[in-house]
Ligand binder design. Sequence first.
Ligand SMILES: *Cc1c(COP(=O)(O)O)cnc(C)c1O
Length: 248
Amino acid sequence: MEQAEQQLSEIKNNIAKIQQNMAAACKRVGREPSSVRLLPVTKTVPAERLRIAYAAGCHDMGENKIQEAREKSEILNDLNIKWSVIGHLQTNKAKYLARFAHEFQALDSLKVAEELDKRLQIEGRAMDVYVQVNSSGEASKFGLAPEDVHAFVANLPHYSSLRIKGLMTLAIFSNDHERVRECFIKMRTLRDMLRQEAPANLSFEELSMGMSGDYEIAIEEGATVVRVGQAIFGKRPLPDSHYWPGLA
Ligand SMILES: *Cc1c(COP(=O)(O)O)cnc(C)c1O
């Protein structure tokens, strides 16, 4: 019990600190703090600890693997969690996503769009969707090449159960802040173009970018959603190369 209390206050403190940093980043560029959403990323965090996170105010949770997200959503189905799947999806897993997820941030193929739309119609629901773009050009990252996004987006009005909200990206993993910032600027520029030119009924207001190491830079460059895991829950036991194979 005492341990749970300690975990609760730890998570609360971490979130408060991140929110302060987020507000400061907004202030530096003249944005409203309410224009950025914090999406806690819960991969590898056990379900029982997520109960504590929920009590600490995390009601949205991001998972990058569908299987892990599904298991947790079943264990925690007594809580009103909005699950966001933020990692690559195989077409044959779209049926599971359609059943429990609130949001999908990693759309990068028309096959997945088609199957997800079909499964959502069977379930009688719609889903918020972000198109994932590979802004760094690294082979280890999923997502469309920026130059392919326009043609891709032109097909999306066909899938009436997908509520297209915006773009998602992972910046280059680098200690060189300017190279990270360039990825975010590229995404904002692309989003702004899509706002002008995208087909009717698609919305490109949202930009999901920024993680524990770079969310402040992302906010300075226009992020409306930041996906933060380790800064809330502590370091993961497995290295990033487990999640992004091919990474040095
Ligand atoms: C794990 C993950 C994050 C969060 O990374 P942290 O370093 O834990 O903040 C963000 N986005 C995606 C797609 C992830 O898989």
